[in-house]
Design a protein around this ligand. Structure first.
Ligand SMILES: [Zn+2]
Length: 318
C-alpha cells in the first residue's frame, strides 16, 4: 500500500497540463536536426506508457477547450509536420504497434509534385486510416513574407487538392517553420480551422487559445521530462509583440495569474534574466536590439511558461 501511494504521488507530481508534441522525420539519418530514430521514438512511447500518459487525438483536446472544461494533466497529443515518406515507412508501423493516434500536417506540394522525400496520395490515404490528415500549407512558404492574397492562393490550392485526392477537409492547421504574426493568424482563422498549432514550447490548459496552441518539437535525443513538467502560464500580453522598426525591443508588459513574486524572462540572443512580479503583473524594460528577424520572448514563473515570437512581417501588422 505504502509503495502504491508513493508511486501514485510521484506520478501525480510529474503530470502538469496537456502537451502537444511534433515530430518530423523518422529514422532518416541524413537530417539529424529534424530526425527521430526508431530507438528514440520507442523510448518516448515507452516513457508515455510507463508513466501513465494518455495519448489522445488532437480533436479530443480541442473538444475539451471548446467546452472550457479542465484538461487532464496526463494527456499528450502527437503531431507530425511535413508528410515525409520516412513517416510512412518507419514511423507509422511504431504508431500502429502502440495504437497511438496522431495528426499529420501535410505540405501538399511535396505530394502533388511527387518530391521523392514525400508521401504519395496513396500513402496518405493509407495513413488516414490510423490518424488525422491536417493542413500545413501548399507551398510551405514563410507566411510572414506572404501577402493576404498570396496566402489565400496557396491555401485554396492546397485545401482543394486534399479534398480532391483524399475526400476530406482538414480541421487543423500548423504554420510552416512555426512562423506567424497577428496578421497571418487572422488570415488563417478566416479558413475556419477548428484549431491552429504553433511551434512554441509550452503546455495546454483550459484557458489556452485554441488558435494559438503551444507545441514542443521532439527531435534528435529529446528529453521528455522537462517538456512534460511545464505548465501553461495564464498571461495577457498587454502590447502585441510586433517587430519594432528600429529593431529595439523596449518593454514587455504582461499580466499573469501567478501568485509568485519572482520569475524569469528570456529573449533570443540574450538568455534569461530574473524578474519581479507585483500581483502577478510584470513590466520589464529591455531596450535591447533584436539580434534576429525571428526572436522569442518567454516569461516563466516556476514551471509555468508563456511564450511569444517576434517576427518581421513584410506586410506590417494590418
Ligand atoms: Zn514544415
Amino acid at each position: 500500500m505504502k509503495s502504491f501511494l508513493l508511486l501514485f504521488f510521484s506520478i501525480a507530481t510529474l503530470w502538469a497540463d496537456a502537451h502537444i508534441f511534433v515530430y518530423h522525420r523518422f529514422n532518416d539519418s541524413r537530417y539529424p536536426t529534424t530526425n527521430t530514430t526508431d530507438e528514440q521514438l520507442r523510448s518516448d512511447f515507452e516513457y508515455f506508457k510507463t508513466n501513465g500518459y494518455k495519448i489522445v487525438p488532437l480533436a479530443t483536446l480541442v473538444e475539451k477547450l471548446d467546452k472550457k472544461e479542465s484538461i487532464p494533466d496526463n494527456w499528450v497529443v502527437i503531431t507530425i509536420d511535413d508528410n515525409y515518406k520516412s513517416f510512412y515507412e518507419n514511423g507509422l508501423p511504431i504508431f500502429r504497434e502502440y495504437n497511438y493516434p496522431f495528426s499529420l500536417f501535410v505540405f501538399v506540394e511535396g505530394t502533388d509534385k511527387k518530391y521523392p522525400d514525400y508521401t504519395t496520395w496513396e500513402q496518405l490515404r493509407e495513413i488516414s486510416k490510423y490518424g488525422s490528415i491536417e493542413f500545413h500549407s501548399y507551398g510551405h512558404g514563410h507566411m510572414t513574407h506572404m501577402s493576404k492574397k498570396e496566402i489565400i492562393k496557396d491555401f485554396d490550392k492546397g485545401m482543394s487538392l486534399i479534398k480532391k485526392n483524399l475526400n476530406l477537409t482538414p480541421k487543423y492547421f500548423s504554420y510552416p517553420y512555426g512562423e506567424f504574426t497577428p496578421r497571418v493568424k487572422e488570415t488563417v482563422k478566416e479558413y475556419g480551422f477548428e484549431a491552429i498549432i504553433n511551434q512554441n514550447m509550452g503546455a495546454v490548459a483550459s484557458f489556452s487559445d485554441k488558435y494559438d496552441l503551444d507545441r514542443a518539437a521532439l527531435v534528435g535525443k529529446s528529453d521528455l521530462k522537462p517538456h512534460l513538467n511545464q505548465k501553461a502560464l495564464e498571461a495577457t500580453w498587454e502590447e502585441t509583440l510586433t517587430y519594432p522598426q528600429d529593431k529595439v525591443l523596449k518593454k514587455i508588459h504582461v499580466k499573469t495569474n501567478a501568485t509568485a513574486t519572482k520569475g524569469k524572462i528570456y529573449l533570443s540572443g540574450y538568455g534569461w534574466t530574473d524578474i519581479s512580479l507585483k500581483d502577478g503583473e510584470l513590466i520589464h524594460t529591455f531596450n535591447k536590439k533584436l539580434l534576429h528577424t525571428r526572436s522569442r520572448v518567454i516569461v516563466s514563473v516556476g514551471n509555468q511558461i508563456s511564450n511569444k515570437l517576434i517576427i518581421k512581417d513584410s506586410y506590417g501588422t494590418k
